[in-house]
Design a protein around this ligand. Structure first.
Ligand code: GLC
Length: 803
């Protein structure tokens, strides 16, 4: 069963059946103003923090057929009453003659036909971020003229999203709406929580005359809400009640009589939903987008933004699904994770104080480095502000208040309260930024540490480089009995929470990788003393890892406080962990035969045709001594599930080892496009990576969840571009070192780098998987495979012959 297809030319995925197994969503706008739109027209919209300033009431857990946040009703006169239906299918669920939802870059377009009426609604936030626009076009597809009414509806939430769900007295007592009627018979509905009346109001309006409106949900649904969203009783009367809600569940509904539409003729209606200090302050936005040509221009401008963004890297390979992912959907998802961190999705409800994760956002920057290095840099700067003087990092923070906390570790009172990996990810992020841009001045920027004095002022500040080095020193001195980094509350795997005294092999390797990055940096800046010192640290950790962590056929993953291993053949559950094998290769601690055997253990014990599992076998029963992992049934999430974020690390490790066919096999098996024919099992959007797929120990093996906001996006992008296609930023130029399936004749990449464009053609006449025999730039042979930086810019032809 398929629910849609890829339209690569328009850079869209087109859903052709609204009854997808879960809602499939698309992002509009940014965290400053925006949210997501689902494929049946529902929308969750916020301005700033989704927990504190939410506009529409969108409750993910309610059934798919439910009204969620927004909809549009159309109605036709029929007998004494009206035939009322939604062109979005939900919430009226009428039989449709035609339905398509075009999931585009920053917009969603729903096209449908019901009862002879064709509709096309384009939903987007214009680049100025001022409101959510719906550009609605209604066409009479029949042979006779018809009168059509259009009633767009919004349901509001209290801005404090969690309070909306926990208090059913205070919230409705504070919710109010006012109507502003203009001379041209247009209506602006203002909605606010009473305490915010003077400083922020939601506005909902349109560009056409409104004959009546409704702001009270009870009146709209009718019969004390024994009318429903599927059949609102108010829509059986000619007009709405013009009620300005003084309390209760506030909505905005605007009655538009579009008048008689002749056969083949169309009417256009534009709605705007936004938030401003006051209605007066909203008027310029409302005026602007009441003009159809301004709406057209905003959509074109949005398209131009994405043209520019995606043009940073474009590839052409023999694999269409890979091209479509690397050219459009994957970089788009990277933009989304960079923007939204783990705040808000169909799965991340954005109700609490989680905010931005230090580890997650550090990794998210790696996926946008080529496309928007400046914004990545700003985010890295922000992250370093929540690093502590001791070098460790606060686990998560709210980017608006810059208030940080220690994440879930607070749940275990006795501690430890640090995560052993967080601070090290920032080193990878910062070095990627430096290699991409050459902007070494960043290292000298002064950034405060998070620790505050009594007045809330930072106690100390240091250069960006000082921050990175303190991260290294923290890990160097925070080690356990085997000389491996102390686990803290957890490492990358949030759910293995061993008692104090445990050690992490993952963090040992991340430390190794971070050291390699800094050594390369110091070699570039000519600081031989620092490079030597860090090389000493590196060698020390390499020894500890290889002396204590080799289990005979693979690497173990942790030591518990008693020095017993986890991820060992000695264990009944959790015998072998994927990250225990990929990361020793990424750190360079495992080489040669050991590296090969570790990666073969992944293929043998952890790989499935649907992706690589995180560990196996799963824990079967809750066990406080291992923590959160054992709260899941075997095969789910971190407990033996296919946790996709870790798959690209294996792709990268295989590429480092020169195994192009294996790297490509792992890459392709989780390409969401490859799931398009398996949706009834897989269930999620085939145009983005999800976080997890149930593993083979679970009866629902293959079922995916938690789409969009996952570190999988940034790492699959790097795995594809930097390791399979092999195009990597270096301090002194662009390295080309592909690792591809032997069957490929070649491929091409067009990439921007430090102001120049590199048009790279790779040929593979001998059908090898790795190895570069000859490189020429603008027709002249060069030594090695690092293409120089072109200070003068321009486009440069790079020809690479593998062999
Ligand atoms: C989630 C978290 C991420 C963590 C991963 C594994 O994706 O956002 O920080 O590394 O789970 O536990």
């Amino acid at each position: 069963m398929q629910y849609g297809y890829f339209d690569d030319e328009r850079r869209e995925y087109v859903i052709t059946d609204p009854r997808t197994p879960t809602k499939w969503i698309n992002y509009v706008g940014t965290l400053a103003f925006g949210g997501f739109v689902d494929h049946t027209g529902g929308a969750l919209i916020c301005k700033g923090d989704p927990a504190l300033n939410r506009i529409t009431k969108y409750i993910q857990q309610m059934p798919a057929s439910d009204f969620k946040g927004t909809t549009l009703y159309l109605r036709l006169k029929e007998g004494d009453g009206y035939r009322v239906f939604s062109p979005y299918f939900v919430p009226t669920l009428d039989p449709f003659d035609f339905y398509q939802c075009h999931v585009g870059l920053g917009y969603t377009r729903i096209a449908s036909a019901f009862y002879g009426i064709r509709s096309e609604v384009t939903i987007f936030v214009p680049p100025d971020g001022s409101c959510l626009l719906r550009d609605i076009r209604i066409t009479n597809g029949g042979d006779e003229a018809v009168e059509v009414d259009a009633i767009p509806v919004v349901e509001y939430t209290h801005p404090q999203a969690l309070t909306q769900l926990t208090n059913a007295d205070w919230v409705p007592q504070t919710m109010q709406s006012d109507a502003y009627r203009g001379e041209d018979e247009r209506v602006i509905l203002a909605q606010y929580a009473f305490m915010h009346k003077e400083k922020r109001v939601n506005f909902f309006t349109s560009n056409r005359p409104v004959s009546s409106f409704e702001a009270d949900r009870r009146r709209f649904l009718g019969a004390n809400e024994y009318g429903s969203w599927a059949r609102p009783l108010a829509l059986q009367a000619p007009e709405l009640s013009d009620t300005e809600a003084r309390r209760g569940d506030n909505i905005g509904a605007l009655m538009h009589h579009l008048g008689e539409i002749g056969p083949g003729e169309s009417a256009r209606l534009i709605t705007m939903l936004g938030q401003a200090e006051s209605i007066e302050a909203a008027r310029p936005t409302i005026e602007r987008y009441s003009d159809e040509s301004k709406v057209d221009a905003a959509l074109a401008e949005l398209g131009a933004f994405w043209d520019e963004y995606l043009s940073a890297v474009q590839v052409e390979t023999p694999d269409r699904a890979l091209n479509s992912m690397l050219n459009v959907h994957n970089p788009r998802q990277c933009h989304t994770t960079k923007n939204w961190s783990r705040y808000l999705s169909y799965y991340q409800l954005g109700l609490g104080a989680r905010g931005i994760g230090f580890r997650d956002s550090s990794q998210d920057t790696l996926g946008v480095m080529t496309h928007m290095p400046g914004e990545a840099r700003d985010l890295i700067h922000t992250l370093l502000r929540v690093q502590k003087r001791d070098g460790s990092a606060m686990h998560q923070f709210n980017p608006m208040s810059m208030e940080a906390n220690e994440g879930d570790s607070r749940e275990r009172e006795e501690g430890p309260h640090f995560y052993s990996d967080d601070h090290l990810w920032a080193i990878l992020a910062a070095c990627a930024y430096l290699k991409e841009t050459g902007d070494l001045a960043f290292l000298d920027e002064t950034i405060p540490y998070y620790d505050k004095d009594r007045d809330g002022e930072p106690i100390e500040e240091g250069s960006a480089l000082d921050h990175l080095l303190r991260g290294i020193e923290f890990t160097r001195r925070t080690v356990g009995a085997h000389g491996l980094p102390s686990l803290g509350y957890a490492d990358w795997n949030d759910t293995v929470n061993l008692y104090e005294g445990a050690e992490s092999l993952f963090t040992a390797n991340l430390y190794g990788r971070a050291l390699l990055e800094l050594i390369a940096l110091f070699n570039h800046t000519g600081d031989a003393a620092s490079a030597d010192r860090l090389r000493g640290y590196y060698e020390g950790m390499r020894e500890a890892v290889n002396e204590h962590c080799w289990d005979g056929a693979w690497y173990i993953r942790y030591f518990d406080p008693e020095g017993k291993p986890l991820g060992s053949k000695q264990n009944a559950a959790g015998q072998v962990f994927t990250n225990g094998q990929s990361w020793p290769v990424l750190s360079g601690f495992a080489t040669g035969e050991r590296a090969r055997r570790a990666l073969d253990a992944v293929y043998e014990h952890l790989n499935t045709a649907k992706g690589i599992k995180l560990s196996t076998p799963g824990y079967n029963g809750y066990d406080l001594a291992v923590g959160g992992i054992s709260s899941y049934p075997p095969g789910a999430k971190e407990n033996g599930g296919i946790f996709l974020h870790t798959n690209p690390w294996v792709v990268i490790a295989e590429a480092m080892m020169g195994n192009g066919s294996r790297a490509y096999e792992y890459y392709s098996q989780i390409n969401p496009a490859a799931k398009n024919d398996l949706i009834d099992e897989y269930e999620l959007e085939p145009y983005v990576y999800p976080q997890n797929i149930l593993g083979d120990e679970h009866p629902l093996f293959g079922l995916a969840r938690n789409s969009w906001l996952s570190g999988t996006a940034a790492w699959m992008y790097q795995a594809g571009i930097e390791w399979i296609l092999g195009v990597q930023a270096r301090y002194d130029g662009l390295l080309i070192d592909p690792c591809i399936p032997a069957g490929w004749d070649g491929f091409s990449v067009r990439r921007r780098f430090r102001g120049a464009t590199y048009a790279i053609e790779v040929r593979n006449p001998k059908h090898v998987e790795k190895g570069v025999a000859a490189v020429s730039v603008d027709g002249s042979r060069i030594e090695g495979s690092v293409i120089p930086v072109f200070a003068e810019g321009g486009t440069h032809r790079v020809e690479v012959v593998m062999g």
